[in-house]
Design a protein around this ligand. Structure first.
Ligand code: SF4
Length: 248
């Protein structure tokens, strides 16, 4: 069963653009990315769109569908009414390159700013046995496909471009939390999270968790525990006393 669906797709580049109306055939079982491909094949061959696996694993086809950050390949057309106009726009938090393609290099800069895992220098292979609980804790975070939907929806940068310098965003604060929870990591993640990566700007509205296609509980399992670790460290009287003694 097929029908003619109504779509509005943002066309333009860094200098500006507008929504363009299209009518595109929709078939049973299709997702929004199928429609965008049909649009390219039949009416708009120069429409720019980034995609790769079409299986919800590469994180490339991130866009906003009816204003909500989503993967185009994981958004079924059956979730919309047949008469409904479906609007597809580029990620709002990042600069547009062309049409549905945005420049997400902000995220790669933030990734580079997080120091790598730092085990003890003298630790030999086999010296430490990981506990299953430690493996499971980080496994959830390792499901991240770097679609950057959480980064896009986070109002700290979505609505405040000037915060980008000081704020890593949920994806990379989660990475810091993952490393801080690793029993062997030696780096000072907590002070860095607070003072270099803007953890304090996150006010745990859980928007990131709501849009994550991997259903990672970013807020509950990474951001809130990281905030608690920062507070514990900053206000622990023994830690405070130790820092005073070390300064002498
Ligand atoms: Fe995407 Fe979820 Fe990873 Fe954020 S945490 S980049 S929403 S997979």
């Amino acid at each position: 069963m097929s029908y003619d669906g109504r779509f509005r797709v943002w066309r333009g580049d860094a200098d500006g653009g507008d929504l363009a109306d299209f009518t595109v055939e929709v078939n049973e079982g299709e997702v929004v990315l199928d429609i965008i491909h049909r649009l390219q094949a039949t009416q708009a061959p120069d429409l720019a769109v980034r995609w790769n696996c079409k299986a919800g694993k590469c994180g490339s086809c991130s866009a906003e569908i009816n204003g909500r950050p989503r993967l185009m390949c994981m958004t079924r057309m059956s979730t919309f009414e047949e008469g409904e106009t479906v609007t597809v726009t580029p990620l709002r938090a990042f600069p547009v390159i062309r049409d549905l393609v945005t420049d997400v290099s902000f995220n790669y800069e933030k990734a580079r700013a997080v120091p790598a895992f730092a085990p003890p220098a003298d630790l030999a292979p086999g010296d430490y046995r990981m506990q299953q609980v430690d493996v499971e804790r980080s496994q959830e975070f390792r499901k991240c496909i770097e679609c950057f939907l959480c980064q896009d929806v986070c109002h700290v940068i979505r609505d405040h471009e000037d915060n980008k310098q000081a704020y890593a965003g949920p994806r990379f604060l989660m990475r810091i939390a993952e490393l801080d929870m690793h029993p062997l990591d030696q780096a000072d993640r907590r002070q860095a999270a607070q003072h270099e990566h803007g953890l304090g700007l996150c006010n745990i509205t859980k928007c990131c968790t709501e849009v994550c296609p991997e259903h990672i509980k970013i807020t509950d399992n990474a951001l809130i525990p990281l905030k608690e670790r920062v507070v514990d460290h900053s206000y622990d009287p023994l830690v405070w006393l130790g820092s005073k003694i070390r300064r002498r």
